[in-house]
Design a protein around this ligand. Sequence first.
Ligand SMILES: Nc1ncnc2c1ncn2[C@@H]1O[C@H](COP(=O)(O)OP(=O)(O)OP(=O)(O)O)[C@@H](O)[C@H]1O
Ligand SMILES: O=c1[nH]c(=O)c2[nH+]cn([C@@H]3O[C@H](COP(=O)(O)O)[C@@H](O)[C@H]3O)c2[nH]1
Ligand SMILES: NC(=O)CC[C@H](N)C(=O)O
Ligand SMILES: [Mg+2]
Length: 542
Amino acid sequence: MSATAQEIEPHQLFDTILTLDFGSQYTHLITRRLRELNVYSEMLPCTQKLADLTWKPAGVILSGGPYSVYEDGAPHVDPAYFELGVPILGICYGMQEIAYRSNATNVIAGTAREYGHADLQAKKVDGFVDRLFEGLEGNMKVWMSHGDKLAKLPEDFHVIASTQNSEYAAIAHQTKDIYCLQFHPEVTHTINGVQLLKNFAVGICKAQQNWTMAKFVDQEIARIRTLVGETGQVLGAVSGGVDSTVAAKLMKEAIGDRFHAVLVNNGVMRLNECEQVQKTLTEHLGINLIVADASKLFLDGLKGITDPEQKRKFIGGTFIDVFEAEAKKIEDAAANSPKAGKINFFLQGTLYPDVIESISFKGPSATIKTHHNVGGLPKRMTEGQGLKLIEPLRELFKDEVRDLGRQLGIAHDLVMRHPFPGPGIAIRVLGEVTPERVEMARKADNIFISMIREAGLYDKIGQAFAALDPSRAVGVMGDKRVYENIVLLRAVETTDFMTCNPFPFEHEFLVRVSTRIVNEVQGVCRVAYDYTSKPPGTIELE
Ligand SMILES: Nc1ncnc2c1ncn2[C@@H]1O[C@H](COP(=O)(O)OP(=O)(O)OP(=O)(O)O)[C@@H](O)[C@H]1O
Ligand SMILES: O=c1[nH]c(=O)c2[nH+]cn([C@@H]3O[C@H](COP(=O)(O)O)[C@@H](O)[C@H]3O)c2[nH]1
Ligand SMILES: NC(=O)CC[C@H](N)C(=O)O
Ligand SMILES: [Mg+2]
């Protein structure tokens, strides 16, 4: 089969609920909640024209958004969706959009903003609770976030729930499958919000709850085989992190040893990491991992760089140089053998949050930091050499990737690994990176993480590490004055890495970690714990 063969995508195989994003902070949660119900869902910008959609959704959800439907420049949905014959659910802005389409005078600015909890009462219409509220009769706590409101009930709609402040908290069309909610069922503050989404997706849209990782594996392996063809070769950047390990395992299952996994030793990896990752991937996953030792190249190049963004850019660029050189080496080594051939694909572990970020109606957010990503699209690789990208995880959230890893038989420890950034310890040494500083951060990190593991806390923490602040402090050790570096410990609780809270260690535990680090890591005389949440902090220090 040729590499241009038609790709089959999840929305062609699973009943899919399409969420059109009007810029709400919560839109991605709608997608998440549906997937948690095993209903496949995708999110597209609200500007998506139905005519350009290559698949038919089982239902459409219009999300909330920061605009007012009646203001100039406010986004509006393509009216064609209302002729598609599938159920539609409008949430907050989405509700107001549906009412506004019916009559522009239906939506007005409210006199009071309504933000927070409200008590909702579902109403019986003709003695029946509407299908959207099936099983949710009676009172229900919901979460509101709006300033505009419906001035009157749109024609042919009836009220199916209200609150003290919002007479039209939920409305439904009398004859068509069109439903509207003024509150947000996707946030956890709305008790039973998930049941409402289930009633819509499963009860009303009749979507099958068959989105499982087991199905995804078979389907994705078939898709990769079709895409790569019978002779295609794939190069994969594999760090030993969850995403690239899962992607690599999937690739290995799909095309065997036509997949070449490369780990770059950039000189700023954790203690014994390269050896361990190589051993684990070879022994447990049968993946033949090439370790490209470029530590000198990276450490030499980092000399004199103090600016965090400069570090990230240098590392990102150097990663690409090393991958290009490795691809060439693999091709040359196989020349004149039965395995000879060009490497024509590049594997990347892009996740759905990255995709959402780039397609969101709001557009990409402000650059806080340049993620090194090997996927920061190496244009010379993907265009110059004609390498085609393969991103098997691009529809998945991190916890789905972990689930997929389990399905593929990847060991618990690998699946649950905390993320480790591509620029590694280089962005965990504040200011200039020197081999001595890397060594101190590395040793301190190893002590911290192993003590976390021994205490049984590893899986409770989203991410933890030790960083080095080379501005020095005075101390007294063995009756002698010392003037040495400071170690900063960071551990956070997070589900999506977009926000986080400091992990609440017990005081005694931190004291023990501190004592061991000062005793065992030469050059360090102080240890501090970082209590900053995100925002305003970020997880990494640079
Ligand atoms: N040292 C490395 N050698 C090879 N590839 C790397 C290295 N570091 C990062 N990468 C590549 O960069 C990608 C992005 O890194 P990222 O840390 O986001 O993902 P990951 O390492 O696979 O998983 P995790 O987020 O759990 O650490 C990886 O998927 C991998 O393709
Ligand atoms: O592969 C990566 N390359 C990078 O350049 C990079 N910078 C941050 N991170 C990881 O992203 C998550 C959020 O980090 P921040 O709060 O520091 O932005 C955390 O999990 C960070 O470890 C990176 N991962
Ligand atoms: N959360 C929302 O969708 C808000 C919609 C609209 N901007 C309002 O304030 O009413
Ligand atoms: Mg990583």
